[in-house]
Ligand binder design. Structure first.
Ligand SMILES: NC(=O)c1ccc[n+]([C@@H]2O[C@H](COP(=O)([O-])OP(=O)(O)OC[C@H]3O[C@@H](n4cnc5c(N)ncnc54)[C@H](O)[C@@H]3O)[C@@H](O)[C@H]2O)c1
Length: 478
């Protein structure tokens, strides 16, 4: 998988029209008796599977309050298929069209999948022809390479469609700006695919743990990373190679470049955009501010410059003036060693929060500083799990510790588990917003602020200098 996001993994999920409580949000895990919890999870799982079987069919009767939405998928590659997997679990969607320039392979595969689910879909190579012919479309979900996003999104919005566009909003700020303006001018919805914004664990942390309980005190430092092992050339089956002329028409020089577009300048935005933008988006969100400065060091330390135009390693430091005071945030992404994966860590004077989108790694740990006020109230209310007490010396170990060494703070967990595919809540938020039942969690303006924050790292790498942001850089005038 491309972006490394193990999208679509995990337990089978299914739609129903409910909001947060329809997920597997297991509050107060720590207090649930083990067998009861098992029984609960088992019955939920059966319910999910049953609803999933029901949801995928276009012939299924819809609840009266659920209007049907006609949807097209533009870009049916790795991520397009992950999004489709989530969308097939959401009731009330009628798939009408699939557009992809790789007609013989990705387009055909996704059209066939949808026909198996009994949707009457047409396949297109050219999105303009699709917009021309498919007059009834309400929404287009875009998962093409980053350098196509602006054109695709602007033209779909202008044709009167609501748009869900994958991150990065665009590989250029000009492209991102044109998308914000098109959304404003057309009045159509534009959701950017930073799916953590709809993840129940992130929402719980933002609203309850940081907003209401203020468990971390004042956040002073942030740390995060996405470490990824070396990825080989993705490759392609020879017999399905796209003719050279068609490749050129769509901006790719070779099949190798078409498959590994992330490695090339002008097509993707480099690893900080590909991987880091999800997490740096969370820095801004949780700190309630955009940064004032950034410095960064990055380079091509490992890969072959013949195939990799972007750096493979980058380390960035942002400075923030948050409503609570100054903060510094470190972020690294490197593509040569996947050890310790990806997470974000927020450190305040009363506690630390370490979390990630992944259910497997860092699904939400909290450490209370020994000098902070007790968290009993928040444990009682199910906001955090009961603590696992830490010991000064690991049991059974004979090592002598220095008497001045601090005891490790107690470990709590964020008791929220997502059992649906990672992208499903964000897509649901998009479709619920089209129906007027929600507001977008990541509208164009938010996506733009994140794009401005992240793309500046590439400038700082080039400049080898600490760069400042002007507050106006995060907003689109007009
Ligand atoms: N939110 C996430 O977690 C996440 C995860 C992975 C990828 N992404 C994003 O999804 C997008 C797609 O990434 P991917 O990994 O699926 O790439 P991919 O190369 O696997 O798929 C891209 C697809 O778009 C098609 N395509 C290319 N140009 C086109 C055009 N002009 N018109 C129509 N189709 C075109 C290709 O044929 C291919 O099928 C990227 O923007 C990426 O950043 C997001």
């Amino acid at each position: 998988m491309s972006d490394g996001e193990k999208s679509g993994e995990g337990a089978k999920g299914a739609p129903s029209g409910r909001k947060l409580d329809r997920r597997e949000v297991l509050l107060a895990l720590s207090t649930a008796p083990a067998l009861g919890l098992f029984g609960y999870a088992w019955s939920r799982q059966r319910g999910y599977e049953q609803r999933q079987n029901e949801s995928a069919s276009p012939e299924r009767a819809l609840p009266a309050d659920l209007s049907e939405i006609n949807v097209a998928l533009l870009g049916a590659g790795a991520q397009g298929q992950v999004l489709l997997d989530s969308m097939l679990r959401i009731p009330g969607l009628r798939f009408r069209a699939v557009c992809d320039i790789w007609k013989e392979y990705n387009q055909k595969r996704v059209v066939n999948t949808l026909r198996k689910f009994k949707f009457e879909v047409s396949g297109y190579e050219d999105y303009r022809e699709m917009l021309d012919k498919e007059k009834d479309l309400d929404a287009v979900v875009i998962a093409t390479p980053d350098f196509w996003h602006a054109r695709h999104a602007v033209d779909c919005l202008t044709a009167g469609k609501h748009v869900y566009c994958e991150k990065e909003m665009s590989n250029t700020l000009e492209g991102a700006r044109s998308m914000v303006l098109a959304a404003r001018e057309t009045g159509k919805l534009l959701q950017i695919g930073h799916q953590r914004r709809s993840h129940p664990r992130y929402l719980h942390c933002h609203e309850k743990l940081l907003g209401e309980a203020k468990l971390l005190g004042r956040i002073v430092t942030v740390n995060g990373q996405w470490n990824r092992a070396v990825s080989p050339d993705i490759g392609f089956p020879e017999r399905y190679a796209i003719p050279a002329e068609r490749l050129r028409q769509y901006g790719f020089k070779t099949m190798e470049q078409f498959r590994n577009w992330r490695w090339y300048k002008g097509l993707g935005g480099g690893p900080i955009v590909d991987l880091g933008s999800h997490q740096i988006d969370i820095y801004n969100w949780f700190l309630g501010a955009a940064p004032s400065h950034v410095m960064a060091s990055g380079g091509l330390d490992y890969h072959d410059p013949q195939t990799h135009e972007w750096y493979d390693t980058v380390m960035a430091v942002y400075e923030y003036e948050t409503p609570a005071g100054s903060a510094r945030a470190y972020y690294q992404t490197q593509t040569t060693n996947g050890s310790q994966g990806y997470f974000e860590s927020f450190m305040g004077d009363e506690g630390t929060l370490v979390l990630s989108e992944s259910e497997a790694n860092y699904p939400g740990f909290l450490y209370r500083d020994p000098s902070a006020p007790a968290w009993d109230e928040w444990v009682r209310r199910g906001y955090v799990s009961a603590p696992k007490l830490q010991q000064a010396r690991p049991e059974g170990e004979e090592a002598t510790l220095d008497v001045r060494e601090s005891v490790s703070p107690d470990l709590h967990r964020v008791p929220v588990v997502l059992r649906d595919p990672y992208h499903q809540p964000h897509l649901e938020n998009f479709f619920d917003s089209i129906r007027g039942k929600a507001t977008l969690h990541c509208p164009a303006e938010v996506g733009y602020e994140t794009a401005a924050t992240v793309l500046k790292v590439n400038e700082a790498v080039e400049a080898k200098q600490r760069l400042s942001f002007h507050p106006d850089e995060f907003r689109v005038q007009g």
